[in-house]
Design a protein around this ligand. Structure first.
Ligand code: ARG
Length: 267
């Protein structure tokens, strides 16, 4: 009799264990890394208008520092890489909606974004600058009052401009920075554009008509890779890749090579 009860308890325990485990391992609960490996590819969202981080090269392919980092992550996972190019302001919704697995777009860590996505460790530090025509006499932010300033929709530059310059300048938001917003500046439609210094450096170095007119070092920000909230295993692998790239000096090499590549290709 006793044995029957014990056996009964064991059977119930095993069944309970299987039910719980099955629930934990049901398809919808698979970890993102498992899903990516099963699919055989990682889908990376970016906004390919921001050289040398990401841009469309002369052959129509995606190139840049972030694309190289994406390749390293795909390699670490042992999967193919698919790049999805979209408006910068659509990236977070696409990540939350599962259309992309990660965002690599020189995206800065901000408290607002942290409410919606998880960030890796930072891999780049930068601040904002105003780029104008070389012929411009703009030297300070006050010189921009009453003028039209271009920013990219959904960026930290847009947020900063709207809080610091609103009322004094007309802020015009663009979906794409390079080449679209840069061309508007060159046409004289805008007095200045507000972009990251690193991006400005490469654009200005290959275009004599443009210069960095004002630097805003107090806007320093840290770029990181965004993963869906709670995707701990994917974040772990992304962090491993970034750490290796930083520690081995490979990131520095990638940055140098990509700057050269962009300036060389476009000039
Ligand atoms: N660092 C800025 C931000 O996080 C701008 C990034 C723009 N990136 C791009 N691929 N267009 O908002």
């Amino acid at each position: 009799m006793k044995i029957k009860i014990i056996l009964g308890i064991i059977v119930v325990a095993i069944v309970a264990f299987l039910v719980v485990n099955n629930l934990l391992l049901s398809p919808s609960e698979k970890s993102l890394v498992e899903k990516i490996k099963e699919r055989g590819k990682i889908i990376v969202g970016t906004s390919a208008d921001w050289p040398p981080f990401e841009y469309i090269d002369s052959s129509g392919g995606y190139a840049g520092i972030d694309i190289e980092i994406a390749k390293e992550i795909a390699k670490k996972l042992g999967v193919e890489l698919e790049i999805k190019d979209m408006g910068f302001d659509s990236l977070i919704a696409a990540l939350k909606g599962g259309q992309i697995d990660i965002i690599i777009a020189d995206m800065a860590i901000t408290p607002e974004r942290e409410l919606e996505v998880d960030f890796s460790m930072p891999y780049f530090i930068d601040y904002f600058v105003f780029v104008t025509l070389s012929s411009s006499d703009v030297k300070s932010i006050e010189d921009l009052y009453g003028e039209k300033i271009g920013v990219q929709t959904g960026t930290t530059q847009e947020e900063w401009a709207n809080s610091v310059l609103a009322g004094n300048c007309t802020i015009v938001s663009y979906e794409r920075v390079f080449p679209e917003m840069v061309l508007e500046l060159k046409k004289g439609e805008l007095k200045a554009i507000l972009i990251g210094k690193f991006v400005a450096d490469v654009i200005v170095s290959m275009d004599n008509d443009l210069k960095i007119a004002i630097e805003v070092p107090e806007t320093t920000e840290y770029a990181a890779i965004a993963v869906p909230q709670g995707a701990e295993d994917l974040k772990f692998i992304v962090n491993q890749v970034i750490k290796e790239l930083l520690e081995t000096g490979k990131l520095k090499q990638i940055v140098e090579a990509e700057v050269e590549e962009f300036i060389g290709v476009k000039s």
